[in-house]
Design a protein around this ligand. Structure first.
Ligand code: HEM
Length: 503
């Protein structure tokens, strides 16, 4: 009897899988229960392809819109700019629903299972928090110069430290650590109102590094993670590795918010006037809303902070780490950038964001850095709310899908010799810059884009204006600087760089 029941279930499952496959774009045939995981493992372990190469390989075989089964779950991958534009911009409203992938949703869920924050949430909660954060960032002066002053203040402090260590005008620095502090402090000052320095760097490090590691090691397999994994031997490690670092940030955020509450209660801190940081702004908004229906509760504050941390640190730090790898390897590009920077500032003042208009070559260089560093190998998934059309294919409601921006930005149809670092391609054809979309496009576009772009511009130009850059003579760059990970983040190994003060 049991055997017959098992057989019926199996046949039902095979029929369901077959039926489902006929409704989706082409892709490798899924194995029972395991989907295309065996193919992914084969390509990774035996063909030694990294995640980007695997997606490029699949695209060549099945076309620019293809289906990949992650276990029993089919996912549609969009590797074509035109289709992505159509889905995410022209019909963006229909396609902004986030697929609630458990390993990211679990730490962001309250006791009733409702997902908070802005990165993984949907519907009214997402709308309220996204609008609020965008407004706060705007009020803090993204694009108004206030944030620019903070970025430059952080830059000055970090490089004052470097200059103190210089001998005969030169110093070799742990570049990755310096960038981490510079970018980390900019976002920390926005969120918490204070910065980390050499003395309390350990506190920052102990929360940030495990979080970066956790996200960097995320692979396709994490999609299967469920809360009951934590009670299973061996698999609980898998769970802890990704969950504990996120919970640590939430605890850190909670501690900071509680300190602020206490200070307000004992009268040593006041919420009058303009908010000094994100916590102030959030508490003021809670007060303003009073008893009205709102999702702006305390847990919402902690999860918003987690999302700002996750979104606002490693992404920009990694891009800067990649930037200087490309620059170290392309002195001719450095020379051209420096010449342009010198013309814009007459060599007598720091570079400002307003100089962007007179530095087209630098802008092209940053676009090329963003294209080639493609720090997100894979993007977060969405879910269709109704039947939809992706290019030539119609997909049913509830289909999980995502654009593969890394593959799109390496498409030889749009970028000749895509693996080459060649900023000139955007000088020869400026409209190509629009096809570089590391922040995505559409309704769920990264709202940190203006901040990140300003950080990249100010950091790169002011370093190039002040210092000659060179590899550390004692420890030159390895040929392969990339950490070969099959995860979703394109990481670079930490490295040192020699800076020599220019006159
Ligand atoms: C070079 C730097 C950055 C890159 C490449 C980047 C990339 C992205 C991308 C591709 C997305 C969309 C994810 C998706 O829907 O699939 C995104 C969303 C997001 N980013 Fe960024 N980002 C960067 C910097 C920042 C900064 C500085 C912040 C914080 C101020 C930030 C916060 C966020 C948040 C919270 C989301 C989720 C938004 C939502 O779902 O509504 N990012 N980012």
């Amino acid at each position: 009897m049991l055997f017959v029941l098992g057989l019926i279930s199996l046949l039902t499952f095979i029929t369901w899988q077959y039926y489902k496959k006929t409704k989706l774009p082409p892709g490798p045939y899924p194995w029972l229960f395991f989907g295309n995981i065996p193919e992914l493992l084969y390509l990774s372990l035996f063909e030694k392809l990294d995640i980007l190469e695997i997606y490029q390989w699949l695209m060549q075989k099945y076309g620019k819109v293809f289906t990949l089964w992650l276990g029993p779950m089919p996912t549609v991958n969009i590797c074509d700019y035109e289709v992505m534009y159509d889905v995410f911009v022209r019909r963006g409203n229909e396609h902004s629903r986030r697929y609630e992938v458990p390993f990211l949703c679990l730490p962001r869920s309250d006791n009733s299972g409702k997902i908070h924050g802005v990165m993984m949430s949907n519907d009214d909660l997402w709308n309220e928090h996204r609008k609020f954060i965008v407004r706060v960032l705007k009020n803090f002066g993204i694009g108004k110069g206030i944030i620019e002053d903070r970025i430059m203040d952080e830059f000055e402090r970090q490089f004052a430290g470097v200059e103190k260590k210089m001998e005969n005008g030169s110093a070799t620095i742990d570049f990755s650590k310096l960038v981490d502090l510079c970018i980390g402090n900019t976002i920390n000052r926005i969120i918490f109102g204070y910065r980390f320095d050499e003395d309390n760097y350990k506190n920052f490090h102990s929360v940030k590094v495990p979080l970066d590691e956790a996200y960097a090691n995320v692979t396709t397999f994490h999609n299967f993670l469920r809360s009951w994994f934590k009670s299973l031997p061996y698999l609980n490690k898998f769970y802890d590795n990704i969950m504990i670092p996120q919970e640590k940030v939430l605890k850190f955020a909670e501690m900071e918010a509680k300190k602020r509450h206490e200070a307000i209660e004992n009268g040593t801190y006041s919420l009058e006037g303009e908010p000094m940081d994100f916590i102030d702004a959030y508490l003021m908004e809670q007060r303003r809303l009073g008893g009205n229906e709102t999702t702006m509760n305390d847990f919402g504050l902690y999860t918003d902070i987690l999302d700002l941390w996750v979104g606002g640190q490693e992404t920009t730090s990694l891009t800067l780490n990649w930037a200087f790898i490309f620059l170290l390897r392309h002195p001719e590009v450095v020379e051209k950038c420096r010449k342009e920077i010198h013309m814009a500032t007459d060599g007598i003042r720091d570079v400002r964001v307003s100089d962007k208009e007179s530095t087209p070559y630098v802008n092209a260089t940053i676009t090329e850095i963003l294209r080639l560093s493609h720090i997100l190998n894979l993007n977060l998934m969405r879910e269709t709310i109704g039947e939809s059309k992706f290019g030539d294919y119609t997909v049913p409601a509830g289909t999980k899908f995502s654009p593969v921006v890394s593959v799109i930005m390496m498409d030889p149809k749009n970028f000749e010799q895509p693996n080459q670092f060649r900023p000139e391609r955007f000088i020869e054809n400026p409209s190509k810059a629009e096809l570089v979309v590391p922040f995505l496009i559409g309704r769920r576009v990264c709202f940190g884009e203006p901040l990140a772009r300003n950080e990249l511009y100010l950091f790169i130009t002011n370093v190039l204006q002040r210092y000659a850059i060179a590899e550390d003579p004692k420890c030159p760059l390895e040929k392969e600087v990339r950490v070969r990970l099959d995860g979703w983040i394109n990481r670079v190994k930490p490295y040192k760089m020699k800076l020599t003060k220019l006159n």
